[in-house]
Design a protein around this ligand. Structure first.
Ligand SMILES: Cc1ncc(COP(=O)(O)O)c(C=O)c1O
Length: 486
């Protein structure tokens, strides 16, 4: 047998690990101080994709050591902790989450079966039912943690398919006729459409429900979409509510959807990847009234709950429904045991190996309690309202709609463009966004709906202040001057 290679000895050396950790954590502490105080030039060091690839092609040929590499990654990455970050819906993680990540990455217990990660598995079971009850789900609720809302929504729809098929059919084993369908808002996240296609129901399996001016599904829209799908020979299994929509942050009326699902014998799933945490806020919980009536709910801990990505919960109103997605009749396929074996999570998750997700959530509860989620929602949703008010006060800006969440869509319409066509205004907005992306210092994104292009902010950083929002609007108006002059 070969002797242990010195490189392997180096890789596993505890002294070296301790030294690296101290250096890297010291750098991160410094980084946090700098970006939180807006001392870096901008919240996003934009580089065109080919330039960035060129940079890394060169750099990765000249290794300088881990500490140097980490410094470079920190320097060149987006700075979510910068209060001027107001772009996409990624959590600005509570910094101690990075320490939890360090511990769990070291332990690297897998979660497919209990014995691979006993602590983490048991915590997952406890937390899913405890947090589910905090969310208003019934006693007896439960679920699993998984890697992302996209996956959670797919798994929920697999559960819906199994449930709707009933105990005598087993689509998991036998497949189905490919004619299943789901009703979902025309403003829903694309992953619902993707899930339906993955399930083999094709584009026709997505019954888009028309929304009103506030991007909410209506009763008439639901009835019409159901009738339409049935007329086309489709078997609707589920109605999916958005809490909230991605583009504009609109909350569907979940009680309306629950009533509709009950009336028509449908599985009611809530895609609460972004906005379900409103349930933790006294001020904003009304937005998700009816959440507790859902058969299943997806909620991302890695959006407005301060946990690093990816970390999602998928809850079922009934714990035993969590076995529906991957087995129908043969729930106990993987073992001779006559019991569901909650502890072997791989029976219920798409993933086999998964990260130690529950430890990350437990860490938040341990340090701060669930109330921190309420405070985070209050702060971020209040910032959404503050931005909308500022837009309202400026005659050369307009809002797409009053925000319900921390997502605000707006645009700049300089006086000189008051009577331009919609196409011109869209092109102007896109050009303005591109210029702002390139020049900063804030990070703002863009969206389109109803044929109109909008600038879009998701207020993710609780350290953002009203002055940061004013500065962003000033900057947009300033950059627009160059464009209007051309
Ligand atoms: C409403 C909604 N659902 C699902 C997703 C997808 O979640 P993930 O990025 O965790 O896969 C998003 C992401 O933006 C979302 O906003």
């Amino acid at each position: 047998m070969n002797a242990l290679h010195p490189l392997l000895r180096k890789a596993y050396d505890p002294d070296r690990f301790g030294k690296l950790a101290r250096d890297i954590v010291a750098d991160l502490e410094q980084h946090l101080r700098e970006v939180q105080s807006r001392h870096t030039q901008r919240s996003m060091p934009w580089t065109p994709p080919d330039d960035e690839r060129g940079f890394w092609e060169g750099r990765l040929n000249r290794p300088e050591g881990l500490v140097e590499l980490m410094r470079l990654v920190v320097e060149r990455s987006n700075r979510l902790q910068d209060p001027r970050y107001m772009g996409h819906q990624v959590a600005v993680p509570f910094p101690d989450g990075a320490l939890v990540g360090m511990v769990t990455d070291m332990l690297n217990n897998g979660g497919a079966i209990y014995e691979m990660g006993p602590t983490n598995s048991a915590m997952e079971e406890v937390l899913m039912s405890r947090i589910g009850r905090m969310m208003g789900l019934p006693d007896g609720c439960g679920g699993v943690m998984c890697h992302g809302g996209t996956l959670a929504n797919l798994v929920a729809l697999l559960a819906a398919r199994g449930w709707k098929a009933g105990p005598d059919a087993d689509p998991w084993t036998q497949g189905d006729d490919g004619l299943g369908a789901v009703l979902v808002s025309d403003q829903a996240h694309y992953c619902v459409d993707r899930a339906v296609r993955i399930m083999g129901w094709g584009a026709e399996g997505v019954g888009l429900v028309a929304t009103d001016a506030r991007h909410k599904m209506t009763g008439e829209g639901l009835t019409e979409a159901l009738r339409d799908m049935e007329a086309r020979g489709r078997r609707v299994v589920s109605v999916v509510g958005s809490a909230c929509t991605t583009s504009s942050g609109a909350y569907d009326d979940l009680n309306l959807l629950a009533d509709f699902a009950e009336e028509h014998g449908l599985w009611f799933h809530v895609d609460g990847a972004h906005g379900a945490p409103a349930v933790f806020s006294e001020r904003y919980a009304h937005l998700v009234a009816g959440l507790g009536r859902a058969h299943s709910v997806a909620m991302d801990f890695h959006k407005v709950m301060g946990v690093p990505a990816l970390c999602t919960g998928l809850w079922y109103g009934r714990h035993d429904h969590s076995f529906l997605p991957f087995t129908q009749a043969a729930e106990y396929l993987w073992s001779d045991a006559e019991e569901p074996e909650w502890w072997n999570f791989g029976k219920r998750t798409f993933e086999c190996t998964k990260r130690m997700l529950s430890t990350r959530v437990a860490a938040v509860l341990e340090e701060y309690g669930a109330e921190i989620w309420g405070h985070l929602i209050d702060r971020l949703f209040d910032l959404g309202r503050e931005l909308a008010d500022q837009v309202e006060r400026r005659p050369d800006f307009e809002s797409a709609m009053p925000p319900e969440a921390n997502i605000v869509c707006f645009r700049h319409v300089p006086e000189s463009m008051n009577s331009t066509s919609s196409e011109e205004l869209n092109a102007f907005t896109a050009a303005l966004r591109k210029k702002h992306l390139e020049e900063g210092p804030q990070y703002v994104v863009m969206t389109r709906f109803g044929g109109e292009t909008w600038l879009r902010c998701t207020l993710m950083n609780p350290l953002t202040e009203a002055e940061d929002l004013e500065a962003m609007l000033d900057r947009i108006a300033f950059l627009a001057q160059d464009l209007t002059l051309q």
